[in-house]
Design a protein around this ligand. Sequence first.
Ligand code: SF4
Length: 239
Amino acid sequence: MKPTPVLEIFGPTIQGEGMVIGRKTMFVRTGGCDYRCSWCDSAFTWDGSQKAVAMSAEAIYEKLKEAGGRSFNHVTISGGNPAMHPGLGELVALLQEQGIETAIETQGSIWNDWVKEIDEVTVSPKPPSSLMKTDWARLDYYMGELRPRREKEVSLKVVVFDEGDLDYAMEVHERYPAVTMYLQVGNDDTVTPEVEELRDHLLAKYEWLTEKVLQEERLNGVRVLPQLHTLLWGNKQGV
Ligand code: SF4
């Protein structure tokens, strides 16, 4: 099977976003993305500033054990866009053989059959502030493929920076009303090393987003979250 470009393997840590928020997990971060979001907080996965290492599923699993010992039973596969990499199907199967649960986050632009095997899939289409354009037909296909899975979960997550993003979130929510949806505060300062300053700034934005959702009938069913790991550790990579 094709090796997967991997940028970092770390943990155990806690998942800071979406449906798995707060869960102890290991992270496998793959290189490469088919998007170029204006506010990307993981641009190092695609801008050439860091080099990915091509790894087999077995090598990734060994590295996970080396980093996490026996202190984990959950692995989050993140990116970039991890759904670009067909070789990850083998990793998912290997982890499941070991009784380890898996989660993924992807923007829903590239389908790979192994995504169906993941326990918790977060589909995170990108709002207008990203300057990316949603291919709705592709997203419809993605959500359709994920619908019939048994005992596995799927959710939608939209990162919100402004009113335009909020309108987009409503459109997504109304298009897939049966899917649990999370709104998350966008981090518009991905470079500052000042954790406390960033925390105050992001909590103020969380308050703004919460107020908006509380007033909006079209968002009655959504859940509003901060980006938990940023509140704890700021913009630090690998936590
Ligand atoms: S999809 Fe994610 S990793 Fe890719 S550019 Fe957008 S925010 Fe960055």
